[in-house]
Design a binder for this molecule. Structure first.
Ligand SMILES: Nc1ncnc2c1ncn2[C@@H]1O[C@H](COP(=O)(O)OP(=O)(O)OP(=O)(O)O)[C@@H](O)[C@H]1O
Ligand SMILES: [Mg+2]
Length: 268
């Protein structure tokens, strides 16, 4: 378990969302004719994730997945409801929660002139890791993700987007977060890189007792990796169960997704 103490070893609930809602108000300038626009990005979401679970959040573009991840990661404040990470409230205990979680998203920021290793060492320092531990751990993770030693010391700006994505994942795993939030971790990766990342996510759970919440548009990935998935539609949870139970005879998870989100479209 992480150096930051989780309130009690007997805490089995890693994440508890209670009636979470998040709105965005888009303000128009005085001379613009359109009225202010209010978007309900997350609408009354309640769910719990057990310690050690890999939990998937699925949903069409704009259904609220990233917003929900950002609320959990303390980047956004919820407008309604509460979020607890291992019994700690994300608003009241923001600093302690931050030490338990790490988020990877497609818009990960780096020092682009520096190499992956320099970026990892910097992150390790922020989390109190010694230089040698960070370098050793960083190299091991990067290698498991298929990043060759040669590239490890080249500037980030010369790397492809997919490779930068892998460095973002390595950086998040370096500090062995207790709760790992992965927003589309494999989007844009080639098939082998995708497999490497999926394998690493599975081993984080086994080797480091991590709990993982991930979003993905890849239904096979969700089926393979996730113990349970929630399907979001217009910010609401419209299904939540194990992939096996969601799939009825002969259905793939993609069939289930199409049916569920299609029904919602028609009802709207
Ligand atoms: N900063 C923002 N300001 C205004 N509206 C926003 C903002 N961020 C998100 N939204 C809106 O909230 C809704 C949910 O967006 P979100 O990014 O959470 O969706 P998503 O499920 O992650 O989509 P995708 O699959 O495309 O990543 C969308 O309608 C989006 O336009
Ligand atoms: Mg998103």
């Amino acid at each position: 378990m992480n150096a930051v103490t989780v309130r009690s070893e007997s805490v089995h609930t890693a994440l508890a969302l209670r009636a979470i809602s998040k709105f965005f108000q888009t303000r128009r300038l005085p001379w613009q004719a359109q009225p202010h626009k209010r978007t309900v990005a997350v609408d009354d979401v309640s769910l719990t994730v057990q310690r050690g679970e890999i939990f998937g959040i699925l949903g069409a573009n704009g259904s609220g997945k990233s917003t929900l991840i950002r609320v959990i990661s303390t980047l956004l404040l919820p407008d309604h409801g509460s979020v607890e990470v291992f019994g700690l409230d994300v608003v009241r205990d923001e600093l302690r929660v931050k030490q338990l979680i790490n988020r990877v998203s497609v818009d990960a920021a780096f020092f682009k002139k520096l190499s992956p290793m320099e970026n990892l060492l910097y992150a390790g320092r922020l989390y109190g890791l010694g230089k040698d531990d960070a370098a050793r751990g960083g190299l091991e993770i990067l290698e498991r993700l298929g990043i060759t030693r040669k590239v490890v010391f080249e500037p980030m700006e010369e790397m492809s987007r997919g490779m930068q994505q892998k460095v973002a994942i390595a950086r998040a795993l370096l500090t062995s977060p207790v709760l790992l939030l992965l927003d589309e971790p494999t989007t844009g990766l080639d098939p082998r890189s995708k497999k490497d990342v999926q394998q690493l996510v599975l081993s984080m759970r086994h080797e480091h007792d991590a709990t993982v919440v991930l979003t993905t548009h890849d239904m096979d990935e969700a089926d393979r990796l996730c113990d349970r998935v929630a399907v979001l539609d217009h910010g609401r949870v419209i299904a939540l169960d194990t992939p096996e139970r969601l799939k009825t005879a002969g259905d793939s998870l993609e069939d289930v997704f199409m049916r569920l989100t299609g029904e919602e479209e028609q009802a709207a």
